[in-house]
Every structure is written in C-alpha cells, then in structure tokens.
Design a protein around this ligand. Structure first.
Ligand SMILES: CC(=O)N[C@H]1[C@@H](OP(=O)(O)OP(=O)(O)OC[C@H]2O[C@@H](n3ccc(=O)[nH]c3=O)[C@H](O)[C@@H]2O)O[C@H](CO)[C@@H](O)[C@@H]1O[C@H](C)C(=O)N[C@@H](C)C(=O)N[C@H](CCC(=O)O)C(=O)O
Ligand SMILES: Nc1ncnc2c1ncn2[C@@H]1O[C@H](COP(=O)(O)OP(=O)(O)OP(=O)(O)O)[C@@H](O)[C@H]1O
Length: 499
C-alpha cells in the first residue's frame, strides 16, 4: 500500500498529519507491536489494558518504522522530527488497514468460528482435521496451534490472535490456496474487536458457563459478548447451537438460520446411545434427513459427543458426505492436553490423563464422565489459575469434592497472585475431610497422585493441558508440561517396581 493510499483511506479519521517522506513510498506492513517493527513498516500506537503503545514510538522508529499512526496528541514525542498521522481512534482502523494491505477480503475463504466456554479447541481442530482428511485445504486458529494445512505455523499466545497476526496468517493461507479457515473465538477477542472485518459462513456455540468474570464483570456481560459474535455472520451464514446448553431465545438471528444439536430430541441432530471406555467411544446421531449415523471415536465423553456432532454439522454444511466425515472422525487423535491418556500408565494397571479443564463446568463434565466409566477410584490433581476469575475457585473445589475419591490440591499458573492464597480459595469449596491433601509444588503433587493409584484407578491431572510453562509473578516462567512430568513420574515408578 502506498502512503498516499493510506492517507486517502484515513481521510475521515484524520485530525492532524505531518508526513515529510515521499507519499508514493510502498509501506511493508502495519504493526501494533514496536518489538516486531521492521524497515518500512507503519507503527500503529494503541492504548492497551497493560501498557500504552504510544510509549513505544521511539522504539518503533529506531527499528525502521516509516511513520506512526496515533490517537493521543499528548503522546507525540517532542524531541524528534516524527512523521505521524493523528487520527480519532487507532483501534478502529487496524483491521481494515491490515486486510487492505494484504489484499484480503472475508470472501476469500469459507470461514468458521467456534465460541463457547469449553470445547472450542476440540471442535475447531476436529473440523480442520476432517477437512484436511477429505482433501480440502484448511487453516486452523486454536489455543494450541495455528496450522496451515498440515503445517504447524506457531503455538500462539492468545486463543484468538491480534488482528495483525490474523491478517498475516490469512495472507499465507491465501498463498497456499486455502479454502477453509477455522477459528476459535474467545470472548476477549470479540470484546477487543480482534475479529473485526471478518465474516463467517458458520458460527458455533458449544456452551456458555461461568468464566472470565474478572474481565467481563457479570455473567450477563460475558454471555452478551459471546452472543454478539453473530454480528459477524455472512448474509447467508448459519449458527450452530448446542440446545442442551443454550436457550435459542438468547439469539437475535432469524430462527431458520439456526441448526441445533444435543441429546434433546427436538434438536436437528440428536445424539443418543453413548457407549464408551477410557480408550474409545461409539454413539449415534439422528440427522435431519432421517438417517441414523453410527460414530466411532478415540476421544471420549458426553462432552466430546457434543464436540464431534458440532464438527460433523460444520463439515456437512460445507458439503462433505456423512461417510467422509465419519471416517475422518475415526482417525482423529484428539487435541493435546484434552483428556490425553499417557500410554505408559497402562503397564501399571491404572490410567493417567492430562486434561485442560480449568472452569467449573469443564471440571464437572470431565469428572462426571470419568465416574461413569472408571472401575477404580478417581484421583484428581488440580489448582486454579491466577489473574483470573476469583469466584470460580471455590466452585471448582466443590465440583472436585463431588466426584473425586482423592484430591491433591496444587498450584496451577499463579501468575501475579500468591499461590498459597489461590489454594486457600479453592480449599473453601472442598467438602472432603479425608482423602484430601494440599501439595503446592505441582511436580510433587503429580508424583504423589501417581503413587496413590492402584489397579483400575484413574489419575486426572487437570487445568494446564498442553501448556509448556508454569507462570509466576513478574513474568517468571518455569518449563513445566504436565504430560512430560507425569510421564517421568510413571517411568520412575515403573523402574522402582522392577527393582
Ligand atoms: C487483557 C487482554 O486481553 N490483553 C490483550 C490485548 O492487549 P492490549 O491491546 O491491551 O495490549 P497491551 O499489552 O496493553 O499493549 C498495548 C499496545 O502496546 C504495544 N506494545 C507493547 C509492548 C511493547 O514493547 N511494544 C508495544 O508496541 C502492544 O503491541 C499493544 O498494541 O490484545 C493483545 C493482542 O490481541 C493480546 O495479546 C492481549 O492478551 C493478553 C496477553 C491476555 O492475557 N489476554 C487474555 C486475557 C485473553 O485474551 N485470553 C483469551 C482466551 C480466553 C480463553 O478462552 O480462556 C484469548 O483469546 O487468548
Ligand atoms: N463441549 C464441552 N463442554 C464442556 N466441557 C468441555 C467440552 N469440551 C471440552 N471440555 C472440557 O474443557 C477442556 C478444554 O477443552 P477445549 O480446549 O476444547 O476448550 P476451549 O474452549 O478451547 O478452552 P480454551 O479456549 O481455554 O482453550 C477439556 O479439557 C475438557 O475438560
């Protein structure tokens, strides 16, 4: 994009301009992070929740920014001759500028968004998997990874990345002739307009239960934010809803645009007859065409029957056949850290799984399902994350007490909070007096739980899923992956048993 085109595009927003460089110059990229600025980029200064991008103008210029777009006149540095465009609101223009510069339009792709408190990664990843297995070219934005076709592009920091990052990935996707884009959309992303200018063919709602009340303040605010994603639906787009979890009256879209699923026999796709072990699951779906589909999968649980049905509807709407979809579901191995079984535990006669449940509802779903299928006891290792919804901690303690035979309460990611204090808040909800132990150091907690296990027991290590670092105050990070740590504990137990 030429500087003259940028100025023309911004003309209704501009308050003041000082541009001395040649306006015929082609700029490279727009960046809202000074650390990522390269020569001939344009830096857009945004006031954030933590810091103010305006404070990094010097740094952006020293890295080669050709000029700066800003919205705070008081932050124009006086000590340098700066080329800048002062506009009314920088956040408002980022998306359009970024997509214009990359020549991307929402119409370039068939776009699917999944939102909800739990299940987003599983649904988005499964849709990506089914499309790829069916020979379609697909891109995935998930909490765990961003993938273009079968290549992992990066492990993202956010569930839904920034507008600039999305534009970069869409540009790459276009070059790779990708047709389908599947995206997890968090409530933060909707509120912060990270999905601005995108238009979706399909939007799914898995469930809306308590989370992120630190950010959204009330449940209604959280729910309304999630529901407002339908403002980004294409004209002929459809909304897919789990009607066991969310009442249809909440949606302000034409009812004939909604496709429903659930155990409820009023759903368009009705789930029934689940049979499962810890390794596999079979269930049936009655389709709107009157067919009865038999689904086999290696991911288990009633909640995953929901996730699978949700993904099946997306792929059916995209024109795949039920047979194609069913075959691809069989080969889906699940998402890292979501009820992920550690294979080496099998040799000890019990099972150890890593799960990302970090909300009361997810914990309830995972534990209640486990209770139905496990012959032995449920031994739960968990804690609660810091810098997040404080109110959910006690409820998670209550849920843990309801289903677990042994609870090992430990540290999750305390971030800037005192780990001991978080433990106390979770403990408030724990009603068990026996078979409950607090071990703050997570590795020791995991090791203890594995050593408590007997034949047929199930150890569930919940809360951190795929994550690779444990986060402490002042940005301190410690390498810590639950799967790796639990595997080491299992190996050491096996070695000690051989002696
Ligand atoms: C509170 C919050 O959500 N913040 C998000 C928001 O940051 P922000 O715009 O407020 O940015 P900021 O860090 O204050 O910085 C302001 C500006 O200065 C710039 N800057 C900053 C430092 C510097 O050296 N140079 C520089 O230019 C930044 O790039 C930014 O443009 O926008 C950023 C870009 O999209 C996000 O990365 C960032 O996520 C933070 C890290 C975060 O923790 N977010 C969580 C709460 C979140 O969004 N979580 C959801 C998942 C929830 C779930 O499903 O469980 C998610 O989508 O990830
Ligand atoms: N449909 C569902 N309903 C309730 N709980 C679920 C559902 N699907 C998965 N879970 C639970 O939630 C955890 C997280 O699953 P998943 O990563 O798919 O959700 P998510 O919405 O993407 O979460 P996040 O955005 O925090 O990554 C799982 O490990 C499981 O415990």
């Amino acid at each position: 994009m030429k500087i003259s085109e940028i100025l023309d595009f911004l003309k209704d927003e501009i308050i003041e301009t000082r541009i001395e460089v040649d306006t015929d110059l082609e700029i490279k990229n727009f960046k809202d992070n000074s650390e990522l600025v390269e020569k001939n980029d344009v830096f857009i200064a945004v006031k954030g929740f933590k810091v103010d991008g305006h404070d990094f103008i010097h740094s952006a210029l020293s890295r080669g920014a050709v000029f700066v777009i800003l919205d705070n006149p008081e932050k124009i540095p006086e000590d340098l001759s700066l080329d800048y465009v002062l506009i009314k609101n920088t956040r408002k223009v980022i998306a359009e500028l970024a997509y214009k510069n990359k020549h991307i339009s929402p119409k370039d792709f068939k776009m699917f968004a999944v939102t909800g408190t739990n299940g987003k990664s599983t649904v988005a990843t499964l849709v990506h998997h089914i499309l790829q297995e069916s020979g379609k070219k697909s891109t995935l934005f998930s909490t765990v990874e961003i993938m273009i076709k079968d290549q992992v592009i990066e492990e993202p920091y956010n569930t839904t990345p920034s507008v600039i990052k999305i534009s970069e990935i869409l540009e790459k996707s276009k070059l790779e002739n990708v047709e389908f884009v599947n995206m997890e959309v968090s409530s933060h992303a909707i509120h912060q307009k990270r999905v601005e200018k995108l238009e979706y063919d399909l939007i799914s709602y898995t469930n809306i239960t308590r989370d992120h009340l630190d950010y959204h303040h009330t449940f209604k605010e959280y729910m309304d934010t999630k529901l407002s994603l339908t403002n980004y639906l294409k004209k002929n787009g459809k909304v897919i809803v789990n009607i066991d979890e969310i009442e249809l009256d909440n949606f302000h879209v034409d009812k004939n645009k909604i496709i429903t699923y659930g155990f409820d026999d009023k759903a368009d796709y009705t789930i029934k007859s689940i049979n499962q072990s810890i390794y596999q699951m079979n269930f049936k779906i009655d389709t709107p065409e009157g067919e009865e589909l038999s689904i086999y999968s290696s991911i288990i649980g009633k909640f995953n029957a929901y996730n699978i049905t949700n993904a099946l509807i997306v792929c059916k709407e995209y024109g795949l056949s039920y047979d194609q979809i069913k075959h691809s579901i069989i080969t889906f191995k699940g998402v890292r850290g979501r009820f992920e079984l550690i294979p080496s535990s099998k040799a000890l006669g019990f099972s150890v799984v890593i799960d990302f449940a970090h909300t009361p509802d997810a914990l309830d779903k995972v534990l209640s399902n486990a209770k139905e299928i496990v012959k032995g006891r449920i031994i739960l290792v968990f804690g609660a994350g810091g810098n997040a919804d404080v109110g959910k901690r006690k409820i998670m303690g209550e849920v843990a007490s309801k289903y677990s035979d042994i609870i090992v309460l430990t540290t999750d990611d305390p971030k800037d909070e005192d780990p001991e204090k978080i433990i106390e808040q979770v403990k408030d909800g724990i009603t068990k007096e026996r078979n409950f132990i607090v071990i703050p150091e997570r590795k020791t907690a995991i090791n203890a739980a594995i050593n408590f296990a007997n034949r047929d027991d199930l150890v569930i290590i919940a809360g951190r899923g795929h994550e690779k670092f444990q986060l402490f105050s002042n940005g301190k990070q410690i390498k810590f992956n639950d799967f790796e740590i639990a595997s080491e504990c299992i190996d050491s137990l096996r070695r000690s048993m051989k002696k």
